[in-house]
Write a protein that binds this ligand. Structure first.
Ligand SMILES: [Fe+2]
Length: 165
């Protein structure tokens, strides 16, 4: 066991299938996710957010992330923590590993996040996603209650993690 757990499950309701099915990424989303390993997208999130406001919190903002072929260690730029709900894991042995820093000096916590459950995720601790099946999509819904987590208007790097504009 690890002394620190950077993922904590919360008992928010399961997201219905029709809500999940309404989150249809654009072709641009999918091709960018394959190219960059990760995108966070706001395409077709209206039904998801209506459900979230009725079932979790008035002020919640939900969108989703698409991952391919693992994601290297990084710290999320926009938030300290986030709600996360994995819809599709991208494999049976996909680990989220947390480290003391982005150079991975010391492993803090390692876990397979259970699909179909809400958790709180310590996004300001360096983390990586490893063990994904080749070219298999990992789909996760992320939620913010204190702020909208809308796409950044800053210039974006060519590589790395960012929200689509
Ligand atoms: Fe992240």
């Amino acid at each position: 066991m690890y002394p620190i757990e950077c993922v904590k499950y919360v008992n928010f309701p399961t997201i219905p299938k029709d809500v999940i099915d309404s989150m249809i990424p654009s072709q641009a989303d999918l091709s960018e996710a394959k190219e960059r390993h990760y995108i966070s997208t706001h395409t077709n999130v209206e039904k998801l957010n209506n459900w979230g406001r009725e079932n979790i919190a008035d002020s919640i903002y939900l969108n989703y992330q698409i991952l391919f072929n693992d994601v290297p260690a990084h710290v999320d730029r926009n938030t300290k923590s986030k709600l996360l709900y994995i819809v599709e894991a991208g494999g049976d042995n996909v680990y989220t590993n947390f480290y003391t820093n982005e150079k991975k000096t010391e492993l803090i916590f390692s876990t397979i996040i259970e699909p179909g459950r809400w958790c709180l995720f310590e996004a300001d601790v360096a983390h990586e996603i490893v063990g994904m099946d080749k070219d298999k999509m990992r789909l996760g819904i992320t939620g913010q209650i204190f702020r909208d987590f809308t796409p950044s208007t800053r210039p974006q790097p060519l590589t790395g993690l960012y929200d689509r504009q």
